[in-house]
Design a protein around this ligand. Structure first.
Ligand code: LLP
Length: 427
């Protein structure tokens, strides 16, 4: 059985989230259903807050951009890392102030840059080309825009190659050896104030050593930039920690370990330089990953080459297992106290062989109508969902103090048609 992390428990053989019975939620709202526990979001955010009392925490909105979740974090005082105008728009609407936002991205449109300038949002610039476009846009608007450069610190991380971003060959960032020259260039460009430096080495990192290495490398760059006479006001070190999806008891680092790994380096190096830039971190997964479960009903059980359990959620709603071979712990939510009876492979309804949510899991005996919960679905779950195979997206529910409320209604077939038009000759 999984290690119960605060907000998940088993009562009367049912899986409970935030004091609410998942079988009651499934009955009331139908499945598939994303269920998020508010108090766990706050706990996770506070863990980062407490470990880094002097830093600003810019929640990575891409992890879960649902409006209620952005609003909860806004109220806790989070800033946000936004990667599109859509994320920027939602973050501002949720109440995150413009001065606590960083507009990231390796391929922003001119429209997005204009919006950042207009709204007074800092921009993380990813190329020389972008720098010049932004300078022109800021000049035309008669404004000065604060920028950081996203730098590529060339740090290797033990994570899935598709989410490792700080390697030399990744599409992100300015190569380290060009950093000094680009700051020099930026410092004389009209409309541009180079005030920060930014990196992000990858996601789902469960070892603090790469974060420490990246801090050393970033501080080397800060020192070189300082030698140009540019005093940086912020150093943004990117993502937060990964989370223990497997529940096999392996000890994984917590925000305090993250802080112990990087703060001594950051503090020592800034002190030596006689500067006091603000440290910024952009955790996404750690804040929301374990706050949410995806509930799905069993449509069919089939004995073939494997014991296949067909549920009503597939990679249309949770693409991580298909895309990154990710592991999400599965619980039979209505039989959560029963011992394992068989080995099952849980599959979705999508017309693709790769639509597998969980491979070869020892679970209680499963039959049609049972309720499966996939844990740790809060980060890059709903936010990466699609309508593939003509499947409207499901609802999201938020639980707080034992009460549940819908924070996003389920789509229906009308939503599949909402933006479609026939050309005149087909009407
Ligand atoms: N900052 C930047 C610039 C990022 O690109 C990301 C994530 C983060 C912060 C947040 O990283 P976190 O704290 O969540 O590790 N879809 C993948 C993960 C993609 C991560 C993209 N960037 C997954 O499901 O594992």
């Amino acid at each position: 059985m999984f290690t119960i992390k605060n907000h998940l428990e088993i009562r009367n053989a049912h899986l409970i989230i935030g004091k609410v019975d998942t079988t009651v939620l499934a009955e009331r709202y139908g499945t598939p259903l994303y269920v998020t526990n508010e108090s766990r979001i706050v706990e996770n955010f506070m863990a980062y807050r407490k470990a880094f009392p002097e830093a600003d925490i810019y929640y990575a909105a891409k992890a879960n951009g649902s409006f209620a979740i952005l609003r909860i974090l806004a109220r806790e005082g989070a800033g946000a890392d936004v990667f599109s105008y859509g994320e920027l728009y939602m973050a501002l609407l949720a109440g995150i102030p413009h001065e606590k936002l960083l507009f990231n991205g390796n391929s922003k449109t001119d429209f997005e840059l204009k919006k950042a300038v207009e709204l007074g949002v800092k921009v993380s610039v990813d190329s020389r080309d972008e720098l010049h476009t932004l300078s022109e846009i800021a000049q035309k608007a008669g404004k000065d825009v604060e920028i950081a450069f996203r730098v590529n610190p060339d740090v290797s991380t033990k994570t899935h190659p598709k989410i490792s971003t700080g390697l030399r060959t990744s599409k992100f960032g300015i190569p380290s050896e060009e950093v000094v020259s680009i700051y020099r260039e930026a410092s004389v460009l009209p409309g541009i104030s180079p005030t920060g430096i930014h990196c992000h080495i990858g996601s789902q990192i469960l070892d603090t050593a790469p974060f420490r290495e990246a801090t050393h490398k970033m501080m080397d760059l800060v020192e070189k930039v300082a030698a140009l006479g540019i005093e940086l006001k912020f150093v943004d070190m990117g993502s937060g920690l990964g989370i223990p999806y497997k529940k096999d008891g392996t000890q994984t680092p917590e925000p305090q370990d993250h802080a112990d790994a990087i703060l001594p380096v950051f503090e020592e190096r800034t002190k030596a330089l006689g500067i006091s830039p603000k440290l910024i971190l952009e955790p996404g997964r750690y804040i929301v990953g374990d706050t949410t479960i995806l509930l799905a009903h069993v449509n069919t059980v089939k004995k073939a080459a494997k014991n296949f359990v067909g549920v009503d959620a597939g990679f249309n709603l949770l693409i991580r297992p298909t895309m990154y071979d990710s592991y999400h712990y599965a619980v039979v939510a209505n039989k959560a106290a029963s011992p394992p009876g068989e080995t099952y492979t849980i599959v979705g309804p999508i017309c693709e062989t790769g639509d597998i949510l969980a491979h070869d899991r020892a679970l209680p005996r499963i039959e049609k109508g049972d309720l499966i919960a996939l844990l740790d679905a809060g980060a890059y779950g709903f936010s990466m969902s699609s309508q593939y195979n003509g499947r409207p997206r499901c609802a999201e529910v938020l639980v707080k103090n034992g009460e549940a409320e819908v924070i996003r209604s389920a789509e229906d077939v009308g939503d599949l048609m909402a933006k479609q038009r026939l050309p005149s000759w087909l009407v």
